[in-house]
Design a protein around this ligand. Structure first.
Ligand code: EPU
Length: 419
C-alpha cells in the first residue's frame, strides 16, 4: 500500500490542469446501459472509481475499452443483470446501474451498498421513485431485486435532495411510458452533464439544473459521443492548495460557472481569484481571514469541499464555524488535523475552528476521499514532514494529485508503506 510523504512549507507556483469530473463520469458511464451501440467519451479521469464502474459494466456483459485517450463503451448486449457485493462495497455509486438496468432489461439485482465512513447514506429515495414508476422491489440476502415489465411515468417528490437518486430516476424515466416529474431534484452540474448525454442519446428532458425535472419517456436511445465536464471539486481543492501555501497558480479548465459559491467563500477568506484564459488565476495571501461555511446542495457550498476548506480555516486569523448539513459523520478528518496542531472543536454537526499560526507535520491516516485531500493540503502548509497513509482513498477520486502538486513545486512523494 502507498503512502504520501510531504515536506511542507513550499509556496506553490505554476500552472495545473483540472481533470474530468468523477461524479459526472460515474452516472454517464452507467447511462450507457440505456443505449444500444458504442458510446465514446473524452476527458474521462483516470481514477479507481472509474475503473470500478467499468468493472460493474463488464460484469453486466458490457464491453469497455480505451482508444487513445477516449473510452468506448459498447452496450449492444447486456448478458447479466447483477451488480455484486464485491464491487458495490468498494464504490457505493455502483447503485447508479439500478435505474438504467430496470429500464432496459426489466430486471436488476444490485447489492445494497451498506454504510460508509461519512454517514449511513440510505438509498430509500432511489427505491421509492422506482416503485412509483411501477417497479416491484424486494430486498433479499443483501440485494435489491427490482423488476418491471414496463416502467411508467410518475410524479415523484424527493424529501431530501439526492444527487445519485435524481440521476438514477432520471435515467430510468427516459425509457418509461409517459411523463415523469421529479420535484426537489438535485441541481448539481454533474446532473446536468448526465442530462446532456441522455438528451444527445434521444431522451426528452426538461429542467435539468433546476429543482423540477420533466422527462418524457421514449422507446429507445442511441449511442453518443461526449466530453465530460471538468471536476469542480478537484479545481476547488487546488485553489485551497494555493491558499494554504500562499501560492500563485493558474488552474486551467477550472469550471468557473460551476464554482461560484466556492470562489465567493475563498475570496472572502482573502484569496485573489481572477478568470484567466479557460480557468482561474489564484493567489493565496499571507493573512487568511476566517469565514463561516454551511454545506448545502448545489448551488450551495459543496460538502465535498468541506474538509479542504477546514484546513484553510485552521490557518486563518480568528474563529470560524463550519456546519455540515449533508452527511452526519463527515468530520472524520478533524481528529487527524488536530494531531497536526489544528484547534477544532466539534459540536454535533458544527466544527468551531480557532485559526493557529502554523500546523506541524505528523503521521496521519486518511479514511475517505475528501479527508485524504484535506490531509494533503494540511501537509503542504505544515512545518516538517507529514506522512499520509491509506492513500488509496485519494486515488479513488483525484487523478495524480501528488504529481500535479509536485509540478507546482510541492515537496511530495509517494512511497510504499513500510518503507
Ligand atoms: N439520502 C437519503 N435517502 C436517499 C438518498 C440520499 O436520505 O435515498 C440522504 C443522504 O443520506 C445524505 C443526503 O441525502 O444525507 C444527500 O446524499 P446524496 O444522495 O445526494 O449523495 P450521493 O448521491 O450518494 C453524491 C456524490 C457525493 C457527494 C454527495 C452530496 C456521486 C457519485 N457522489 O453522493 O460525492 O458528497 O452527492 O453532494 O455523485 C465524493 O465525491 O467524495 C462524494 C462523496
Amino acid at each position: 500500500m502507498d503512502k504520501i510523504v510531504i515536506r511542507g512549507g513550499e509556496r506553490l507556483i505554476g500552472e495545473v490542469e483540472v481533470s474530468g469530473s468523477k461524479n459526472a463520469t460515474l452516472p454517464i458511464f452507467a447511462s450507457c446501459l440505456l443505449s444500444e451501440g458504442t458510446n465514446v467519451f473524452h476527458n474521462v479521469p483516470n481514477l479507481k472509481d472509474v475503473q470500478t464502474i467499468i468493472k460493474v459494466l463488464n460484469n453486466l456483459g458490457v464491453n469497455v475499452y480505451k482508444q487513445g485517450e477516449a473510452y468506448r463503451i459498447d452496450t449492444k448486449e447486456i448478458t447479466n443483470v447483477e451488480a455484486p457485493y464485491d464491487l458495490v462495497k468498494t464504490m457505493r455509486a455502483s447503485i447508479l446501474v439500478l435505474g438504467p438496468l430496470v429500464a432496459r432489461t426489466k430486471r436488476a439485482m444490485v447489492s445494497l451498498p451498506g454504510g460508509c465512513a461519512i454517514g449511513a447514506r440510505p438509498i430509500n429515495l432511489h427505491l421509492m421513485g422506482l416503485e412509483a414508476m411501477g417497479a416491484k422491489i424486494q430486498l433479499r440476502h443483501g440485494y435489491i431485486e427490482a423488476r418491471a415489465d414496463e416502467l411508467k411515468g410518475a410524479d415523484i417528490s424527493f424529501d431530501t435532495v439526492t444527487v445519485t437518486g435524481t440521476e438514477n430516476l432520471m435515467m430510468a424515466a427516459t425509457l418509461a411510458r409517459g411523463k415523469t416529474i421529479l420535484h426537489n431534484a438535485a441541481m448539481e452540474p454533474e446532473v446536468v452533464d448526465l442530462a446532456n448525454v441522455l438528451t444527445k442519446m434521444g431522451a426528452r428532458i426538461d429542467g435539468a439544473g433546476t429543482s423540477l425535472i420533466e422527462i418524457e419517456g421514449v422507446k429507445s436511445l442511441h449511442a453518443v459521443e461526449h466530453t465530460i465536464i471538468p471536476d469542480r471539486i478537484e479545481a476547488g481543492t487546488l485553489m485551497v492548495a494555493a491558499g494554504v501555501t500562499r501560492g500563485n497558480i493558474k488552474i486551467n479548465k477550472a469550471p468557473v460557472q460551476h464554482m461560484q459559491t466556492i470562489i465567493h467563500k475563498l475570496r472572502e477568506s482573502g484569496m485573489e481569484i481572477e478568470p484567466d484564459g479557460d480557468g482561474l488565476r489564484v493567489v493565496g495571501m499571507k493573512r487568511i481571514r476566517s469565514v463561516d461555511v454551511k454545506t448545502q446542495p448545489y448551488p450551495g457550498f459543496p460538502t465535498d469541499m468541506q474538509a479542504q476548506f477546514m484546513v484553510l480555516m485552521s490557518l486563518a486569523r480568528g474563529l470560524s464555524v463550519i456546519s455540515e448539513t449533508i452527511f452526519e459523520n463527515r468530520f472524520i478528518h478533524v481528529s487527524e488535523l488536530q494531531r497536526m496542531g489544528a484547534d477544532i472543536r466539534i459540536q454535533e454537526n458544527t466544527a468551531i475552528i480557532q485559526g493557529v499560526e502554523s500546523l506541524s507535520g505528523a503521521p496521519v491516516m486518511a479514511t475517505d476521499l475528501r479527508a485524504s485531500a484535506s490531509l494533503i493540503l494540511a501537509g503542504l502548509a505544515a512545518e516538517g514532514v507529514t506522512q499520509i497513509s491509506r492513500v488509496y482513498h485519494l486515488d479513488r477520486g483525484y487523478e495524480g494529485l501528488d504529481k500535479k502538486l509536485s509540478r507546482l513545486g510541492a515537496k511530495i512523494e509517494r512511497v510504499k508503506e513500510g518503507s
